[in-house]
Design a protein around this ligand. Sequence first.
Ligand code: SF4
Length: 353
Amino acid sequence: MAPAQQATYDFETGIYRPPSEGGSYSLLLRFTRNCPWNRCDFCAMYKTEKFELRPPEEIMADIDAVAALVRDLQEISRQRGQGGQVTREAAIELINRNPDLNQHHGFAMVFHWLLSGGKTAFIQDANSLIMPTDRMVTVLRHLRTTFPSINRVTTYARSKTIAGKKHEELTAIREAGLDRLHVGLESGDDTVLKRVKKGVTADGHIKGGRKAMAAGFQLSEYWMPGLGGRDRWEAHAQETARVLNAINPHYIRSRPFRPLPGTPMAEAAQQGDFQILSPHEELMELQRMVEALEITSRVCFDHAGNYWTDRRGDLLFTHSYEGYQFPDEKPKVLARIQEGLTADNQTPRFLRL
Ligand code: SF4
């Protein structure tokens, strides 16, 4: 069988996904474009882009295009006597037959996804749950039917959007095949949330988080050490722990604040209106937050922004996606923070203004 024409391989992917989805070489599928909120003062991700819903037919055509690519790679592999296993040689031959694949934005992503077993998918962009529930369910079912090898589908979602859905809607989405939500909590302190224009209150975070848990999603909550600056660090630490205790998500992931060029917060820092914490102050904030955590979550530092080291110069925390199991490993994390407080930590160049 000759591979399908290149035009059938047309599908769209976005830029951003959580590190854990890169680590597992997830299939990236774009259900919506950009961010429907797009106002957070620390964020530079979609600032020049306009939010758009995509019609379900268009998304399902993308899924079919990926399926055509997979089918043709497997067919070439069989023709080469490689038993349908996707190999580098099969990929090169498909590119030779379809030179336009050299410029295809998603070809390498699909190839690596297949090489790593074709097990996980990530739905882009910033808040997929904004899709009307019936459309989301239709598209998720199509994804799961087309690729039965997928055993985990995840996406980003805003607390406020989750809180605005009925329990039955969330359950329907969950049952249609969405397993895990990645939520940007950032802070549990209302003053900080308002100041950075997060568009949700601490109560809204708790409501959204609890509804996600009640609907059976695996929940990852991302918090941002340093986001309160020098004037709010204690409230930021204590209130964030309070909100996380109320949710008790599966994962708590640390994403330290970094002043990104062009954002209002970087500008405020440059003007002296926002005081960025020193590494020592960040660790003190972290200590306060971790001490107050009463959860059974996995606490993770799975990002390069968690740069702190011990006295030997080794990273203070593992960057593993599975992190530390609380409460068992809470003393270990606190001991590492104490160790970091005695080391000479400097702010790395990539975190400076
Ligand atoms: S909701 Fe997320 S993607 Fe949108 S502006 Fe805020 S941080 Fe950025």
